[in-house]
Write a protein that binds this ligand. Structure first.
Ligand code: ATP
Length: 240
């Protein structure tokens, strides 16, 4: 599976966020998207998820180079940094409803809503509480579950794991890693250690362009210094 970004440009009025940038993401790898605050990571995710229109260029999905083409946004699982959940439903009601609506797309129809919620550490008492009374970490767990239950070919994670306790973070990390064979996983993070730990490839979004960091550099002692240096380049012209 491949997700190809070709000559993509996106601006908000006269603020250019992406300028003719290209990158190809493949399944079997976890990609870490790093960039300064306001560089455009969430904007890029919004474009890939088709939540937002872009100005020019293409975003294509396919099994291989020959089959790359337009795609249904249902192929994109998107875990937002700020969860969007119906506050008037309990966790169990929401996951049950979600599984009913997405009946034909479930990764494993034999796993129940209760079992999924238990797997992410939401016990029976939490499951029957209204989502508006959940902590941020609990909401994020529910949001992550939604994408994992339907197994989309592309999974976008906007700053995942930051609200999870150490046990939940470890569970989620293992879960994400277990998906990578069949899924294109791109996650944005500011935590370099997490990127080093989980990613096969790092992509820097800097000065309106996507830049690869070679795999051999990710695990070197100089990685942090190199990333900081790259993201600091052109600082005087950067609006951050
Ligand atoms: N809907 C919008 N309308 C106008 N400007 C926007 C909109 N969404 C984002 N922006 C602007 O685009 C720029 C990129 O924002 P974005 O949220 O994509 O950055 P980011 O890299 O995800 O940042 P952070 O690391 O701080 O989360 C910012 O200057 C932001 O204010």
């Amino acid at each position: 599976m491949k997700l190809a970004i070709k000559d993509l440009s996106k601006a908000f009025d006269d603020q250019v966020i992406l300028k003719d940038t290209s990158y190809t993401f493949e399944s079997g790898k976890i990609y870490g998207l790093l960039g300064r605050n306001g560089a455009g990571k969430t904007t890029l995710f919004n474009c890939i998820a088709k939540d937002m229109k872009w100005n020019s260029g293409e975003i294509l999905l396919g099994e291989d180079d020959q089959s790359l083409g337009d795609y249904d946004p249902l192929n994109i699982g998107y875990v937002y940094a700020t969860p969007h959940l119906p506050s008037f439903m309990t966790g169990l009601e929401f996951i049950t409803y979600f599984m009913e609506v997405n009946h034909g797309r479930l990764r494993d129809p034999n796993i129940s809503a209760t079992s999924y919620l238990n797997q992410v550490g939401l016990d029976q008492a939490a499951q029957t509480r209204l989502l508006r009374d959940y902590s941020t970490g609990m909401k994020n767990k529910v949001q992550m579950l939604v994408s994992l239950i339907v197994s989309p070919p592309v999974l976008l994670l906007d700053e995942p794991l930051t609200s999870f306790d150490p046990v939940a973070a470890k569970q989620m990390k293992d879960f994400i890693i277990s998906l990578k064979k069949d899924t294109i996983i791109i996650f944005s993070t500011h935590i370099l250690q997490l990127a080093q730990e989980m990613c096969d490839e790092i992509v820097l979004l800097h000065q309106q362009q996507l830049h690869p960091v070679t795999a051999s550099d990710i695990h070197t002692a100089n990685f942090e210094a190199e990333v900081v240096e790259m993201l600091s380049s052109g600082e005087n012209t950067d609006e951050n």
